[in-house]
Design a binder for this molecule. Structure first.
Ligand code: NDP
Length: 452
């Protein structure tokens, strides 16, 4: 049977574009459908604009630090519309970069909503296209709990386009997006509360990291409310909102920002026409080679719900392209030791096992920790501290995990991740010469383990 294309990709986000471009580069005939924006969540309503807003938010502290180095200027003023307009301009440029990448690699781009008609046919803009393989790379979508007034909630999809900066914000959730946006809103001047339903945010991260970020947020004046959750949201005549908590308290605010996880985006995809099984959480179920239960249909990225990170989707996209069109070069994605950063203020960077994970995996451990004031803050009356931690196997001396909270944590941990992948022991860390004076050198000068 002959098909119009060898691969039809639904979704031009990080993973979909990577799979499409590399497949085309391997000689396949490839088409991509995108109904919203080229580059997907990461480029449009995720990593990229988030980082611009985090940079913007940090200036409130940078101005204060600059004065400790002798710089003075008028009272700093922040203008939200300027930041959003400049961010939008840059994102627009990146959308066009993605368009160019697809066009230059010979991928046919269809802008519209694609639906599956059968295991080998997609319909888009009234046109039917047959494909030997179809890749679902439709990503995720913010999930807001079903509470009265949920229509008044703001999610990361809308927050990047707010016309005005809210004066007061309630951030709901305790994951990546919640702590990043709490930092953004607080840094840009909003009175910010973070409400998390559990005892301490960032479940799954090393306890030391979680405690340290809690302390830093508290010092900065972010109002942290743990064991708190919203029962309903109401809008008042003046446009402001009230949030009634489950414990009966009522909080007034201008914005209720929900960051309570993301669901797979499978709306109106025509899944009823194919035999694609879903996991109990509704993600597309795939095997080790990203095949769904329908042999011609594959899936990757956030829609499979494994690790919702852009670089992971990119690796999965490469793997899919190779498996389909360069099987000799195929190797599976290794999900161990994925480094990650949370762009809260201060940043978190982490790779490998947390102390808790390492203990429950049965390792005997040596733990090395340090807390110190970053050098840049030592000329003024600043109290932010950096936290660094190594989790080391006491028997093999292997470094199992490396965690940091402090400026540029992501930049530092990226390099450390290479060492951990190479199987570095604590001795290798000790024998590495530091770069002085940096914060990163602390990772190679930690001498004394915490008492066991
Ligand atoms: P996460 O899954 O990281 O966190 C969701 C948070 O919401 C958790 O604290 C969870 O609590 C809480 N929650 C879930 N359901 C409810 C509910 N019904 N009521 C109250 N609280 C609830 O999701 P995010 O939305 O923060 O981010 C989605 C994913 O995007 C991340 O997991 C990450 O993979 C990716 N991401 C990565 C970034 C980066 O690399 N810097 C930045 C942003 C996102 P509990 O812990 O109790 O389950």
């Amino acid at each position: 049977m002959s098909f119009d294309v060898d691969l039809f990709v639904i979704g031009a986000g990080s993973g979909g574009v990577r799979a499409a471009r590399f497949s085309a580069g391997f000689g396949a005939r490839v088409a991509v459908a995108e109904s919203r924006y080229l580059g997907g969540t990461c480029v449009n309503v995720g990593c990229v604009p988030k980082k611009f807003l985090v940079y913007g938010a940090h200036y409130s502290e940078d101005y204060a630090v600059a004065s400790s180095f002798g710089w003075t200027s008028g009272k700093p003023q922040f203008d939200w519309p300027t930041l959003i307009a400049n961010k939008n301009r840059e994102i627009h440029r990146l959308n066009n970069v993605y368009r160019g990448l697809l066009e230059n690699s010979g991928v046919a781009l269809y802008e519209g909503h694609a639906r599956l008609l059968d295991p080998h046919t997609v319909e888009i803009n009234g046109q039917r296209i047959s494909a030997a393989n179809i890749l679902i790379a439709t990503g995720g979508w913010p999930q807001v709990p079903d509470i009265p007034g949920r229509e008044y909630a703001t999610t990361s999809n809308e927050a990047f386009f707010l016309k005005e900066m809210p004066r007061r914000v309630l951030v709901i959730g305790g994951g990546y997006i919640a702590v990043e946006f709490a930092s953004i809103f607080h840094g840009l001047g909003a009175r910010t509360s973070l409400l998390y339903r559990g005892d301490l945010f960032l479940r799954g991260f090393d306890q030391g990291v979680r405690e340290h970020l809690k302390d830093e947020f508290t010092k900065k004046g972010v109002d942290l409310q743990f064991k708190a959750d919203i029962a309903r949201i109401d809008k008042r005549l003046d446009g402001s909102l009230t949030a009634t908590l489950q414990d009966g308290r009522v909080l007034e605010t201008d914005c209720v920002f929900y960051a309570t996880g993301r669901r797979p985006m499978l709306d109106d995809l025509g899944l009823e026409n194919v035999n694609v099984a879903l996991t109990d959480k509704g993600f597309v179920k795939v095997d080790q080679e990203y095949r769904s239960s329908e042999p011609s249909i594959l899936a990757l990225g956030d829609v499979i719900g494994r690790v919702q990170l852009t670089p992971v989707a990119l690796a999965e996209g490469m793997a899919v392209a190779r498996r389909l069109f360069r099987p000799d070069e195929y190797h599976s994605v290794d999900y161990q030791l994925i480094p990650t950063a949370v762009f809260s203020l201060p940043n978190i960077g982490t790779v490998g096992l947390s102390e808790e994970q390492a203990r429950s995996a049965g390792h005997q451990l040596k733990i090395f920790e340090t807390r110190f004031r970053p050098m840049k803050l030592s000329l003024g009356d600043f109290h932010e501290k950096t936290f660094m931690k190594l989790v080391v196997d006491a028997v093999s001396d292997k470094v199992l995990g490396c965690h940091m909270v402090g400026p540029d944590a992501g930049e530092i941990i990226q390099g450390i991740a290479v060492a951990l992948r190479a199987g570095a022991t604590k001795r290798v860390f000790d024998e590495t010469i530091g770069i002085h004076p940096t914060s990163a050198e602390e990772f190679v000068t930690l001498r004394t383990p915490l008492p066991a």
